[in-house]
Design a protein around this ligand. Sequence first.
Ligand SMILES: *Cc1c(COP(=O)(O)O)cnc(C)c1O
Length: 811
Amino acid sequence: MDYVYTSQDISRLIEGKLTRYFGRESGNATKHQIFRAACYVVRDILSELWLTNSDAVCSQTEKQVIYLSMEFLPGTSLRNNIFNLGLEEPFQEALGELGGNLEELYRMEPDAGLGNGGLGRLASCYLDAISSQGMFGQGMSICYEYGIFKQQIKDGRQVEQPDDWLDLGESWLITKEDEAEEVHFGGKLTEVWDDKGRMKLIHSDYTTVIAIPRDMLISGYGSGVVNTLRLWQSTSPISIDMELFAKGEYLKAMEEKHQAEIISKILYPEDAHDEGKILRMKQQYFFISASMQTLTKRHLCTYGSLDRFYEKIAVHINDTHPTMAILELMRILMDDHEYEWDDAWNIVTKTVSYTNHTVMPEALEQWPEALFAGLLPRLHSILKEINRRFNDALHDAFPANEMRRNEMAVIFNGKIRMANLCVAASHTVNGVSALHSGIIKEKLFSGFSEMTPGKFTNVTNGIAYRRWLCQANPKLSGFIEELCGPGFKRDSRELEKLLAYKEDRIVLEQLAVIKRDNKLRLAEKIKNSNGIIVNPDSIFDVQVKRLHEYKRQLLNLFHIIDLYNQIKENPNLEIQPRTFIFGAKAAAGYYMAKQIIRLACKLSEQLEKDPVIRDRIKIVFLENYSVSLSEMIMPAADLSEQISLAGTEASGTGNMKLMLNGAVTIGTMDGANVEIYNAVGKENIFLFGMSVEEVEKLKGQGLYSPWGFYQDNRSISEIIKFLAGGIPGENFGDIINSLTTGYNGEADHYFVIADFESYKNAQQEVSAAYRDTQRWGGMSLTNIAKAGVFSADRSVREYADKIWGIKSIND
Ligand SMILES: *Cc1c(COP(=O)(O)O)cnc(C)c1O
């Protein structure tokens, strides 16, 4: 790399920013000003790199991928960028000279929380990996003014606070007003015939919203390539209606501006659930239309034609939220550039690919057709034509199978099925773990895979492992470097070199010391935020992820209540002390998830009250689970809870972050747990619970009765009794109902009770294994060593080869 900066360079650059932007010197600048100045310096260095390689893109030697996602969850950027640029030392020294401290700056940065959880974090991991692999690609999304809410816990209940991240987070954004786009909503369509006798559709009386790009630069590790995440912010072309204002109608005079700005105001906090709200539809079209217009414009500018658009651009649809890209690209090609249907369709279908993230029905996006037609009349007319032609194809493929045709239709019963549209129009469709890709091929999209079997593939998810290892766990990373050399930072498979030390007592002891240090650090955080003193020698048993019934935090709580009941019955019970750590946000309107949070928090208080209990088991519910918090928790975890009902978690990525930090998994054969199991072997993981096939069978019989278990299993009946009255003043009747008789659905929909006994047994094995320090150390080491395959670098290379057709400039 030719960006070599000394600490003197850096401190001079920071001083320069302080003078020019804030009229201060380091001596009298505020901490916020120093933070901003440091960000601007990093941003300048990245901009320079970006300018050099964006020339390469402009001269169009390289194909690039456009990763469309309604969510990105970058977390913080300062440490990641400084790490990627290899500038930690000069920055550290420079800040020291300026009377500051780099760690302190890192801690000040708010998370960019423009996503709910795994889906958005995956998108950010992939951007990091695309840059690190020396590939060209851009993320495109919405510049939400408020990201995922900040969670507070008050009296055991979740309270949502707005996440005003832009205040400091804005430091990373480069606003490009000159690249703004116009997006049109509503209005009407009229047919006119031009002088060549061609029918044209004229769209009129629409409302215009302006999309302004705010770009975030995405650095890569050691590749020299910088890419961008383009975040569109909405505004109105009209700031105030002077006529209405003159009439004294002040609020109405600003109405249009408010209506436009509300589009990028806030992220919908629903994870794995489809709300079907009109504002959400507006958000989707807003960022898709702006993105597609920009892409086609740029391409046209370089090549003078869109005929071979797909040779330079791969458009990737991350879950169905950006599906409208298919329709918008058709619209641009036909209406703005006079392509015939077949030619336009040929270009579109060679351009787009789609990743499915879930098979759960409540998460599959469907739009009421009438709503869609009203907001997006032109897209609707294109959609109807796609549907008509696709129905013809279905008739050819399945002439005698109406059921099949109906389930595959894009529009059915007044509903638009976005997933079906994606599969019909994409050249490639993938799931996110081997198991999940099998399920979508054989179950969810079985008709499509019969029609076009070659369309389906798998790319198992991966994580930005340098963030969770090198940056979040510098002690472990440093130790690995001592033992195995620095190669693992570029090539994650080199982590396997660690296996040579699997039986090395001294190495295992050293790993245990590092783990204990990390646990002490988390213990300090827990003391400050929860006022609970935890024992660093207890098992740190960690379940951190969105709160969702399918993820079964309730199963974890059942195990804790069972231990509580056992200790109550026998106060001398020998048990391995445990600290159960939870972190989880619930969607604001998700009643049952909020009940489960309250149960965890109230149970935590209950355990803490009793000296016989609290020295053995305790619960810590850490509020506001986020990327930053995860960076603190993962290095301190002993046990990783991945206990979703088999067949519900598409992949999981939290499981990979924990494994990488030496936590051993207790999990079901679900999502990427299956691949973790294949990587580490049965000696190094605790598996339990029903398999997908067993779940299917139990469901198919329709005979599952949690009551049977209740009557036969004393642990379970005691747990239910505890829920009914074990915590004075608290009532968990709705949780009981959801398990026993059903609350808004069938009883125990996610088979918590059916899997309990098996889970409990696996937990006993965990305790036994933990007591054998040598054995546990070997398990932990093996997990670290085998985590390399779950690097996002590997995932992105697979996408590049199998799906996008893009290359690394470093190959
Ligand atoms: C990794 C991550 C997730 C995904 O966790 P899963 O356990 O895979 O659901 C969610 N939220 C944040 C903040 C993360 O960092």
